[in-house]
Design a protein around this ligand. Structure first.
Ligand code: UDP
Length: 361
């Protein structure tokens, strides 16, 4: 089997070698290594956060306060299951957190466009470099992720999914995996279309299909084909090449795919969660241009089919990263450090008011 552009082979090999040479491991301090992202996100607020800035940001999300080591929240929360997923972690750190008040956005979309007026401090789960939101670990590490048939009350519980996907990955050692590209998900972004079309044209190379989500109205929403059955994240492990794409914002799928010890193809690098910048293209995953054509995707898949040793090597590095750096305790740690650093910037002492209710967990 030959691909059209043998020259891409040398380019890819040199990119992989360069990534290996330049990689500096995520430096672990106090048990985990994501601290630089906290400093980066808080950079725009280095002159301090006033009570007026919080008031100006109030309509962008839900107001939380940790006061005297108790957790409080205003009644309004646009997505209660998401607030619950976040409060799971806040309740674990409230005893180690100084008094602090913050606005937390539970929508998918970030809220604060950079360089558009004074920055307002708003916590969001995902953003691109065009936004000044402060990233926090998504609710779906515990609860409130997308409700799909396989997870009717919402994808969540990273602790149990970690275990079940790891167990399944052991059933599918590299040599037994099918050498196919694989994707299942809904059409939350058109960037997914090229892979779906490639799968329809070359089903022996790619198995990718659109599933129904809650917004599905007709076959148009599954690119003019009937919706495919969902496939559990555990069952992704039987394939060598797993695709991730942005959805409305970053997709929760990303972190799960690595645990299969399969090679992750990450399409487009604009949308990030708090840990993405510590994972490197060509070292932990294969980056794919969001405008890649069917032919481009086919060529890169053919390259890795012919260079199985390189595919396996990258898959193992991606797996090790998520396995060792993205544990439940790392998520708790991130929340704790984020709020401790944020609290240092507050120029006022938070005071309880009658809009805040004690969160009892
Ligand atoms: N999902 C899944 N199996 C499927 C379809 C979706 O496990 O067959 C998961 C997927 O990994 C993601 C979530 O459900 O974490 C939502 O996927 P979807 O593609 O609908 O939206 P996204 O959040 O990726 O935009």
């Amino acid at each position: 089997m030959k691909y059209d552009l043998p020259s891409i082979s040398n380019q890819i090999i040199s990119k992989i070698n360069k990534a290996k040479k330049e990689y500096t491991p995520c430096e672990t301090k106090n048990g985990t290594c994501f601290f630089p992202n906290i400093l980066k996100d808080l950079g725009p607020f280095k002159d301090g956060i006033t009570h007026e800035m919080i008031t100006a940001a109030a309509d962008k999300g839900t107001r939380y306060m940790i006061f005297n080591h108790d957790l409080y929240r205003e009644t309004k929360c646009m997505f209660p299951a998401r607030c619950e997923g976040i409060e799971h972690f806040l309740s674990k750190i409230q005893l180690n957190t100084p008094d602090v008040e913050f606005i937390l956005n539970t929508r998918d979309w970030p809220q604060i466009i950079k360089h558009y007026g004074d920055p307002k401090p708003v916590f969001s789960f995902s953003k691109t470099d065009d936004y000044a939101d402060i990233m926090y670990p998504a609710w779906s590490f515990w609860s409130g992720g997308p409700a799909i048939k396989l997870h009717p009350s919402g994808l969540g519980r990273w602790d149990s999914l970690r275990k079940s996907i790891l167990k399944q990955s052991e059933q599918w050692p590299w040599k037994n995996k099918s050498s196919k590209g694989f994707f299942r998900g809904s059409r939350t972004s058109e960037q997914r279309d090229s892979l779906i079309l490639l799968s329809r044209n070359e089903p022996e190379l790619v198995d990718a299909a659109y599933t129904k989500n809650q917004a599905w109205k007709s076959d148009k929403d599954t690119l003019f084909a009937p919706p495919a059955d969902e496939v559990s994240l555990e069952n992704h492990c039987q394939y060598k090449y797993l695709f991730n794409f942005r959805g409305v914002a970053a997709s929760f799928r990303f972190k799960h795919l690595f645990l299969c010890k399969s090679l992750v193809f990450h399409v487009g690098e604009d949308w990030k969660e708090f840990f993405y910048q510590f994972m490197k293209p060509w070292y932990h995953y294969v980056p794919i241009n969001p405008n890649a054509s069917e032919k481009d995707i086919k060529n890169i898949l053919l390259f890795f089919k012919e260079h199985d040793d390189l595919a396996k090597e990258i898959s193992e590095r991606g797996y090790r990263f998520i396995r060792t750096h993205l544990r439940m305790k790392d998520i708790t740690w991130y929340w704790e450090k984020l709020l401790q650093e944020y609290a240092k910037l507050l120029k006022y002492k938070p005071k309880l008011d009658n809009e805040l209710n004690l969160v009892n967990r």
